[in-house]
Write a protein of this length. Sequence first.
Length: 132
Amino acid sequence: MHAKLLVTVHPDSRVASGRGPKLLPETGLTRRDRSALLRLRTGCVWTAARRHAKGRCASPACSRCGDPETLEHLLCACPGLAQERSRVTTAYRSQGLPASTLEHLLFPSRPRLPALRSLVEFLDETGIAAYR
């Protein structure tokens, strides 16, 4: 009974409606990779916008382009990361997955390993994996 109540008041509307996000694959990703993806999925990434909101840095601006540095900005829009992001987009599309929104990248309809690995490589290459 309590578990049902907790699910219905969950802050993630997908979980509250009974349609939680697809789980990450059980095999094929290292513990470190799974951890990085879970941090992104739960919003536990210290972007400049988040650090600024918590009083931990002077500006919410992205160091690459000057726009507010949110997770969505880094993964979907920052012009300074366009080249690296194109590899992720290509990997997702080659698996038949859309890759234009934060939702598409973090919660693919079919969690394919090559696509998720390309996202982890992007996080490592750009330094976003270290935003803790």
